[in-house]
Design a protein around this ligand. Structure first.
Ligand code: SAH
Length: 261
């Protein structure tokens, strides 16, 4: 079956069997329920279906149907759902584990969705190397951003394996890394407060070059003067940028935040 890779869907297909097997082995999916985002031509999918109890794969490109339907007949535990992973409501009937070589242009949105989906417990995800460096960055470094904070609040995240660009077809112009995200079984912050914290963190980084005061003033419609007083009271420089705040500082601010939401 001939399929021309489509750039607009971020299609770079994997072809190295050893790498695919390593990813599957180190994702510990034996007898588990797996979600795959973007199965493509099914390179990873068949290895997943051989081990997992079930695989639900979300694919946006319907022209891959002939190839994927064949796999579905071969593996009764595989179900392909056609549509945009970002738009689709995920089943939340049981625990899921994500294993995916994703389209890089929507990496952050996919990661936010994974973090916000309670039923997803672990993820092994192929991402661009530079993005992985940012995600795993420490506070105070220039790479540190909203996603690194939210990720590190909710999960243990580490690098599984480096992947050279030559392992894909067509060859992309970046190298990659598979990262492993294991959500903490006991969250650092209560579930009810998480949406508020997410908003605070995302808004703090909305415009990276702006100060905390300016970003939060716009997001929450709080008087600048009040916000400055509040931050100074908490021992925080109101003219600092979000990237200089530690994770603990965000958590502490969330606890004493006097404004709505
Ligand atoms: N996992 C395959 C393909 C990776 S390429 C492999 O490793 O070979 C990325 C895949 O994601 C493509 O199949 C692309 O069509 C699909 N995709 C792109 N955007 C998507 C979206 N929003 N939702 C679901 N799948 C998407």
């Amino acid at each position: 079956m001939n399929h021309q890779p489509k750039k607009k869907f971020g299609q770079n297909f994997l072809r190295d069997k050893n790498l695919l097997q390593k990813i599957v082995r180190e994702s510990y999916i034996d007898n588990q329920h797996v979600i795959e985002i973007g199965p493509g031509q099914g390179a990873l999918t068949s290895f997943l279906a051989e081990k997992a109890k079930s695989v639900t794969a979300y694919e946006i490109d319907e022209s891959l149907k002939p190839i994927l339907s064949e796999l579905e007949s071969k593996y009764p535990n595989l179900k392909v759902i056609y549509g945009d992973f970002l738009e689709l409501e995920l089943k939340n009937d049981q625990e899921y584990h994500v294993v995916a070589n994703i389209p890089y242009n929507i990496t952050s949105l996919i990661l936010f969705k994974i973090l916000e989906s309670k039923n997803i417990k672990t993820s092994s995800i192929m991402i661009q190397k530079e993005v992985a460096d940012r995600l795993l960055a420490k506070p105070g470094t220039k790479d540190y951003n909203a996603l690194s904070i939210l990720l590190q609040i909710e999960a243990k995240a580490f690098k599984m394996v480096d992947v050279k660009r030559q392992m894909f077809y067509p060859i992309p112009n970046v190298d990659s890394v598979v990262i492993r995200i294991e959500k903490f079984s006991k969250p650092i912050i209560s579930e009810e407060l998480m949406p508020f914290l997410r908003k605070m963190v995302k808004e703090a980084f909305r415009q990276k070059r702006k100060t905390l005061v300016n970003n939060w003033h716009e997001a929450y419609h709080i008087e600048k003067k009040d916000l400055i007083d509040f931050l100074i009271e908490q021992g925080i420089d109101p003219y600092a940028r979000a990237e200089s705040l530690s994770i603990d500082t965000f958590l502490k601010l969330r606890e004493v935040w006097p404004y709505d939401c």
